[in-house]
Write a protein that binds this ligand. Structure first.
Ligand code: ADP
Ligand code: MG
Ligand code: ZN
Length: 549
């Protein structure tokens, strides 16, 4: 039977709904089931789908929180083609990506559902015919947020439908794009708050897979949802295993890992940076692995071909930026590797979530090096500079989000699932992880070590050196702490400093960790200094603030 996939997340941990309706007795049940089977050719609903559908047909506002691949689309596509609901007419769907919209509309048309996509490229005669014409209105109208924001023609049509009671509901898919808390913030989404004011009485349905509480509250407030039904289910993905590994020579590490665990399997490797994707894919091919790159700088046709090759198995491994993701629906992805640090935990969850949609075991491996945090911080600042938005609060939020990921990586004692799900506000008992993460598999005791003295000495040393008018790199600071017998240190007179060699008994790795951690908690900060008249920069380290002296 079809109980294969269903079942990514099964147990509903929380169902906050003010209605206590038994949904099977609802007046819509028979029509809904009939459409599910005859039009969508599906046998049964997944967790919360029927509940969300019933609530929107009851003309309520609805918030659906469902992991990627959970089946959010059906929650609005199905009620859109039913006639027994309390509101009648067109379901207006706002989603952020045109490519995705096209796919959805095409697949609806294939099912014989009258769906229409109205964006900047839609030819005017087509719009006139389908929207202004006297024929039947589409069941679903897909629009971009930009269109909704900027087109008075569309606004007038909607006003007209509203007046004639033929506007069934607004659907805001990927609703987290409304929130500046999330990484996918879209400018045009932020004006969706006007829907409630301009179209009073039209129910709104918001859907997202991004579940942290701040974002949820932000969505509810901005869309002005009213007494909404709220559906969420566990975000645990029992068939995924989570591993964090020390990033050393990362491509050889990845090659060894794939050869050992995933020969011939389909997988995704996420990298930051388009060039990096191309280089890594090339290196994998040199090792005889079947790999292709995917990023936003490729032409649409290149992207389509690459995607098709991967979907049908001609290419096994996609090396991609996060441009690769939303809307990808391949069931048998056996591994998702992070070559670089993800920018946020919710991004990490979504990206890893593309593994194992068929419910069979799959692995998520993240290669972590503390210095990736600095790289991300730089990228965040550069992005903002480029967009000329010097919004310091937004920068800080993004840096905070990256910091969460570092904390997650560095926490080698708490079950990965417990950590991840806690981030989404869900309590999880680690017994249920059942050896599904590195921290649950590794039973070595974690011994805490007090590094206050080393930290103080590091800061003091750096102050002494700054007083001498010098700049030093992170590596040099470690060598001075270690008291390394190096001519370059003696030449500068650093061996005469009172704290030179004050950590000579400590292992090098520990000193590196301490210095990195001091950066991570903002006690030390990197600064790039230009080398003479060249365009080269050296990255030095300075004391930025000190809370430990
Ligand atoms: P989301 O938007 O939540 O990421 P989608 O709506 O794209 O997920 O659905 C993911 C996949 O799940 C699609 O292939 C869809 O056909 C399938 N699906 C959705 N609902 C059901 C169901 N009740 N039974 C079986 N498959 C379903
Ligand atoms: Mg979706
Ligand atoms: Zn675990």
């Amino acid at each position: 039977d079809n109980a294969t996939l269903d079942e990514i997340p099964t147990d509903s941990v929380e169902l906050i709904s003010t209605s206590s309706t038994n949904h099977c007795n609802s007046p819509y049940y028979s029509e809904v089931m009939q459409q599910l089977r005859s039009i969508f050719k599906l046998k049964s609903f997944r967790t919360n789908q029927l509940e969300a559908i019933t609530a929107t047909m009851d003309a309520r506002d609805v918030f659906v929180l469902m992991p990627t691949g959970g089946g959010k689309s059906l929650c609005y596509q199905l009620p859109a083609i039913c006639d027994s609901g309390k509101t009648k007419g067109v379901t207006v769907v706002v989603t952020p990506l045109i490519a995705l919209m096209k796919d959805q509309v095409d697949s609806l048309l294939n099912k014989g559902i009258d769906a229409f996509l109205w964006n900047a490229d839609t030819p005017h005669p087509t719009v006139s015919h389908r929207i202004y014409g006297s024929g039947p209105k589409p069941r679903l109208l897909y629009v971009t947020p930009e269109k909704l924001d900027g087109s008075s023609a569309l606004k007038n049509v909607l006003k007209n439908w509203h007046r004639t009671n033929t506007l069934a509901r607004f659907v805001i898919d990927e609703a987290h794009c409304i929130s500046t808390w999330g990484q996918d913030f879209r400018d045009a989404y932020k004006n969706l708050g006007i829907l409630r004011d301009e179209f009073p009485g039209v129910p709104i349905m918001a859907l997202t897979a991004t579940a942290n509480q701040i974002t949820i509250d932000d969505i509810v407030t901005q869309l002005k949802l009213n007494n909404h039904a709220f559906y969420r289910q566990t975000f645990n993905r029992p068939n995924l295993r989570y591993f964090i590994k020390d990033k050393k020579k990362v491509v050889p590490q990845i090659v060894d890992y794939i050869r050992a665990e995933h020969v011939g399997h389909a997988g995704v490797i996420y990298c930051t940076g388009r060039d990096r994707c191309e280089i890594v894919a090339e290196q994998l091919r040199e090792e005889g692995l079947s790999a292709a790159h995917y990023h936003a700088r490729m032409s649409n046709s290149e992207k389509d071909t690459t995607l098709a090759d991967w979907q049908n198995g001609d290419v096994k491994i996609i090396v991609a930026t996060i441009a690769f993701g939303m809307g990808i629906d391949k069931a048998d992805v056996r591994f998702v590797i992070h070559h670089d640090l993800p920018r946020s935990l919710s991004g990490y969850y979504q990206e890893t979530g593309r593994a194992g949609r068929d419910g069979k075991p799959a692995d998520c491996v993240l290669y972590f090096h503390a210095k990736d945090f600095n790289i991300i911080c730089k990228m965040i600042k550069n992005d903002r500079d480029r967009e000329q938005k010097q919004d310091q609060a937004a920068i800080n939020r993004q840096i905070e989000a990256a910091r969460e990921v570092v904390k997650y990586c560095k926490n080698i004692s708490v079950c990965r699932r417990v950590q991840l799900l806690q981030f989404f506000g869900e309590k999880f008992s680690k017994n249920k992880c059942a050896g599904g993460c590195d921290n649950c598999i590794d039973h070595r005791p974690v011994v805490p070590e007090d590094v206050t003295a080393i930290s103080r000495n590091a800061v003091q040393l750096l102050r002494d050196i700054e007083r001498m008018g010098d700049n030093i790199t992170m590596a040099r600071l470690q060598n001075i702490l270690k008291g390394s017998n190096l001519a370059e240190l003696r030449g500068k007179g650093y061996d005469k400093l009172p704290l030179f060699g004050s950590a000579q008994d400590q292992p090098k790795e520990l000193l590196e960790q301490v210095v990195q951690h001091l950066q991570f908690i903002d006690v030390l900060a990197p600064v790039a200094v230009q080398n003479g008249a060249t365009s080269y920069h050296t990255e030095y380290i300075q004391v930025s603030q000190c809370c430990i002296c």
